[in-house]
Design a protein around this ligand. Structure first.
Ligand code: C5P
Length: 212
């Protein structure tokens, strides 16, 4: 089994010293990569800008910075994978033009025009073969379950992991997470607050259960 995992945030450059980013640390994606490697999967881990180390003979790590670079790395590697878990917090917008010199302070406002990035999970979903399996993540603030299900369908994923924003100890930066797994066949499993390692194990158990 070969699995592709995206993890962490992307950085979108404004000028040589500034970027637009987000608070993702990559912990959930790295926990998934570690758990998959320990089960003997071959892992391609595509990581945004994170401050994490990972060492395992089964893990090939590809470091990227921007959403565009992550897109290219995924498109190159997904065709030869059996599964993908899109765990990265990819920027949805990127500056239309990147200043080649550091932008100087001025008294008037600075307006930066942003253009949408490509949706990596959706693009992979479009190319998905019958025997490939895709897991997406969703972070919703309202109508969580119906939005997550709509997202799974729109991106042609087979399962979606809904992150809770309403529980302390869950989400960005924490070592714990509280998620609900929803699969294409309608199965729904709400997990309690667990370590990200335990959440990773449960997600992999669920994928194996659905695939076998
Ligand atoms: O649409 P939304 O950003 O809420 O979707 C979240 C899911 O889509 C996650 O699995 C995330 O990794 C993935 N995604 C992506 N490329 C984007 C935006 C989101 O792969 N540009």
């Amino acid at each position: 089994m070969k699995i592709l995992i995206t993890a962490g945030p992307t950085y979108e450059r404004i000028d040589p010293v500034r970027f637009i980013g987000n608070f993702s640390t990559g912990k959930m994606g790295f926990a998934l990569a570690q758990a998959c490697a320990e089960r003997g999967f071959e892992v391609v881990l595509i990581a945004g800008v994170v401050h994490l180390q990972i060492q395992h003979a089964n893990i090939k790590r590809i470091d990227v910075e921007s959403a565009a670079q992550m897109y290219d790395a995924v498109m190159e590697n997904f065709p030869e994978c059996d599964m993908a878990i899109f765990c990265a917090a990819v920027a949805d917008f990127t500056p239309e033009t990147v200043y080649s010199q550091k932008v100087k302070r001025k008294d008037n406002d600075l307006i930066i025009k942003l253009k949408p990035t490509k949706d990596i999970a959706a693009a992979a979903g479009k190319t998905k073969r019958e025997n490939q399996f895709i897991v997406g993540f969703a972070l919703e603030t309202n109508d969580e379950e119906s939005n997550a299900i709509a997202k799974m369908q729109r991106k042609n994923s087979d399962m979606i992991v809904l992150n809770s924003l309403n529980d302390s100890g869950a989400g960005f930066g924490w070592d714990t997470n509280k998620v609900t797994m929803i699969s294409k066949n309608g199965d729904k499993t709400a997990l309690p607050l667990l370590s990200k390692k335990e959440v990773a194990e449960k997600i992999i158990d669920e994928i194996i259960k659905i695939k076998s």
